[in-house]
Design a protein around this ligand. Sequence first.
Ligand code: 5RP
Length: 262
Amino acid sequence: MPTELSPIDTAKFVAAKQACEYVESGMKVGLGTGSTAAWLVQCLGELVRDEGLKIQGVPTSSRTAKLARDVGIDVITLDEAKWLDVTIDGADEYDSELCLIKGGGGAHLQEKVVATASDRMIVIADASKKVDTLGAFPLPIEVLQFGARTTEELVVETLRNMDVLGRDVSLRMAGDAPFITDEGNFIFDLHLKRIGNPRQMSLALNQIPGVVENGLFIDICDVVVVGHASGQVDVRDITNGTSEVIRFDVQDDENIFADLAD
Ligand SMILES: O=C(CO)[C@H](O)[C@H](O)COP(=O)(O)O
């Protein structure tokens, strides 16, 4: 583990570190997927190993499950947990109402199931994820492999009536083959450029039978924790309308990064 991080990793790391404040011993914690969530899992692992934090983690992907086990977090399934105290995850975009686009890492189905089964969802992000209007990031939808081409036609048809600026649909690939999710499904990325009405979009997409779940998270996220390369972290909680600014001293590697050094 490097003790010096790039500006973007510093931003992700300080957001993840601050989000650990929401986690207490005895909690069941949803563990997100992606590069920002990976920092969170590492920070929590450190607290488990060195400070006796006792949590049970519910991962949102096979990747996160492996990382969580590797860092010493007690991993359980969502069915074992039934309900979670908090889920902490990254996002591809968030707007002022904390509506999100997720699924850039192909895990939004499990992420949405886990976040919805939690008392609180905390998003950790760098400042580049903030948008005025969702949609510049392609919206992922997870679809059944069965009849995927027909589902694509139905998606294209549905988009005709939507307030968007682009309507291209692409099958997500992993090299020469389609990307396959942990649930064995395909992902279509919808290149919409601007989503005028995310709520309507989410409902319309989920009505198509072959669509398993779309990557819009609406009324799910409670708090956003935004890290900056300077070490500043902005916390906004929409459940109580509070905002807070925290500053980590990123010059002092001993203080901030040493925990993570091998
Ligand atoms: O939704 C996700 C994975 O499905 C991620 O949270 C999202 O893609 C953000 O990833 P990163 O933290 O690497 O920017």
